[in-house]
Write a protein that binds this ligand. Sequence first.
Ligand code: ASP
Length: 309
Amino acid sequence: MKKFSIAIHGGAGTLVKGLMTSELEAQYKNALKQALHLGYELLRTGGSAVDAVEIAVKSLEDTPLFNAGKGSVFTAEGTHEMDASIMDGQTLNAGSVSLVTGIKNPIALARDVMDKSYHVFLAGEGAMQFAKGQGYTIESPEYFYDEVRYQQWQGIKDSETFQLDHSVKKDGKFGTVGAVACDQDGNVAAATSTGGMTNKKWGRVGDSPMVGAGNYANNKTCAVSCTGSGEFFIRGVVAYDVSCLIEHKGMTLQEASEEVIHKRILDIKGDGGLIAVDAQGHIAMPFNTEGMYRACKTSEGEEIIAIYK
Ligand code: ASP
């Protein structure tokens, strides 16, 4: 049987050991474990990489712990605007949504854009119309209300500041969730979902829904899901850059991922991390911040659930 594997993340940032209670740490690890196992079980029973990344990301969207779906941060207007994207490395099909509100699982909507529309990327009002046409229930704002996120927003609400999620100090941390997988047929896929940045305005869109920036998959090279300061990840075209280094420079998955996170993105002062798999089932999870919520599991028995360096 071919090696199969899955990796997930729940955001990178200033995750300093000791600043979190052991109960909260256990909650984060449990949420990661649950999402990881859902995706892994699907792969183990012959499911596709696309289905595995979708189910794992849905599970992460359903917990308020991470900045995606239920746990999405507040915008400057006190609303939630979510971005998500999914890509199938076998066909290079992709689906993305941006600036959607009231959608419980934005990753499912991105999947529907990929499978059920002629388009790749739907945003704002139009994306909402598409969702309604597909029969999505629009959740009330209460579903997305979270006291911690509300207080984060209150802290910077009347300022020009916008902030990445999970902050210990301002600008310190990131949220966002993602998954990458390689299935038993050697197909890879990537999925990423986020609430973006606290207090964001002007229809700000990050890297997460952008094919090639925050999310990318190609069987020839790898599948990548990013987290970090989206503006830099867009400028660095990070996910595609990892793929290019493998395709055009012959680097391994590990070398390419590290080159991008520890050198290229740092050169433009970007911080964050990524998770990646290739069609042989190898996994890389580099980050240049103090921590990144992350987990991975392979058919060879390796399992990691970690937060800090
Ligand atoms: N990359 C996301 C964005 O800029 C944020 C994050 O990863 O926390 O929207």
